[in-house]
Design a protein around this ligand. Structure first.
Ligand code: AMP
Length: 285
């Protein structure tokens, strides 16, 4: 496994593979790598000849009130894990390498960045789409792997690649969960024991809503009320949103008569967690 800090070095290293017609798989990350990330790497490993991982905490996607400085940095452990999980190349650029001057260009996927997490995190998805676009231009992947855990992000990247005719397949990968259901996240380490135990109610509530829907509950307000109540019952929490949306347009639904995704964001102290699950229409599950 090789690591690269500059765009020029990585491009040069990937040229022979590209000329040889190798399929390049790409997994963009912000580091603090865990089982969720490794599942993306495994999927890339299975379907590609070369696996490239990037580790870059992107300043552009953090808002003014969000402390990028507290984002966990575990580079040595991450590189070790990358080697063990079969990555071929790891790109670890500095902020200066990615944004050497005052860049004026931004990629905005209109409408899709506004609902759900876009409400509390203004400009976040513009930062995400811009850095992913830049990374795609650097790596030139045939396929890029993203987790369904960050469902809105996956939908936005898919739409960006489609709208801008990017020659890359966007592959969505299922959410990896702890044994008690909590979606694995680098933020989980910031939860204290009580918060950690309360946070399991998010996945439990989503699972129950999915089950109700599969048994015929099509009324979204009822499903949302159940999820809110279930999460609140577990103890102190600040629920940011519980919504059911169309999985492509992210428009809010009132009735489940089509594919639907239930999405939740909730804060335990200063730790903001997100999760989501598909809701299947009764009879079609
Ligand atoms: P991050 O490093 O948090 O920006 O995440 C990098 C990629 O890993 C994104 O595509 C995430 O959706 C994905 N990811 C993070 N957590 C999980 C998880 N628990 N299961 C599956 N994918 C995940």
């Amino acid at each position: 496994m090789r690591t690269y800090e500059t765009i020029a070095q990585l491009r040069q290293a990937l040229n022979p593979a590209r000329r040889a017609g190798h399929r390049i798989g790409f997994v963009p990350t912000m580091g603090a790598l865990h089982e969720g990330h490794w599942s993306l790497v495994s999927q890339a490993r299975r379907s590609c000849d070369e696996v490239v991982v990037s580790i870059f905490v992107n300043p552009l996607q953090f808002g003014p009130g969000e402390d990028m400085g507290s984002y966990p940095q575990t580079l040595e452990r991450d590189l070790d894990g990358c080697a063990r999980h079969g990555c071929d190349r790891v790109f670890t650029p500095s902020p200066r390498q990615m944004y050497p001057d005052h860049t004026l260009t931004r990629v905005a996927v209109r409408r899709l960045g506004e609902p759900l997490c876009g409400q509390a995190r203004k400009g976040h998805f513009e930062g995400v789409a811009t850095v992913v676009c830049k990374l795609f231009n650097v790596v030139g992947p045939d396929a890029a792997f993203f987790g369904e855990k960050d469902f809105q992000q996956l939908v936005i990247i898919r739409r960006m690649a489609h709208d801008l005719n990017m020659p890359v397949e966007i592959v969505g990968c299922p959410t990896v969960r702890e044994p008690d259901g909590l979606a694995v996240s680098s933020r989980n380490v910031h939860l204290d024991a009580d918060q950690r135990s309360r946070a399991t109610s998010i996945a439990a509530a989503l699972g129950e809503a999915a089950e109700f829907a599969s048994h015929g509950q099509r009324e979204v307000p009822q499903l949302i009320a159940h999820v809110r109540e279930r999460i609140a019952q577990a103890g102190p929490v600040q629920i940011e949103y519980v919504e059911v949306v169309d999985p492509e347009t992210l428009e809010a639904l009132e009735v489940i008569d089509q594919p639907a995704r239930m999405c939740v964001a909730a804060k335990y102290g200063s730790v903001r967690l997100i999760d989501n699950m598909p809701l299947d229409v009764a009879g079609e599950a």
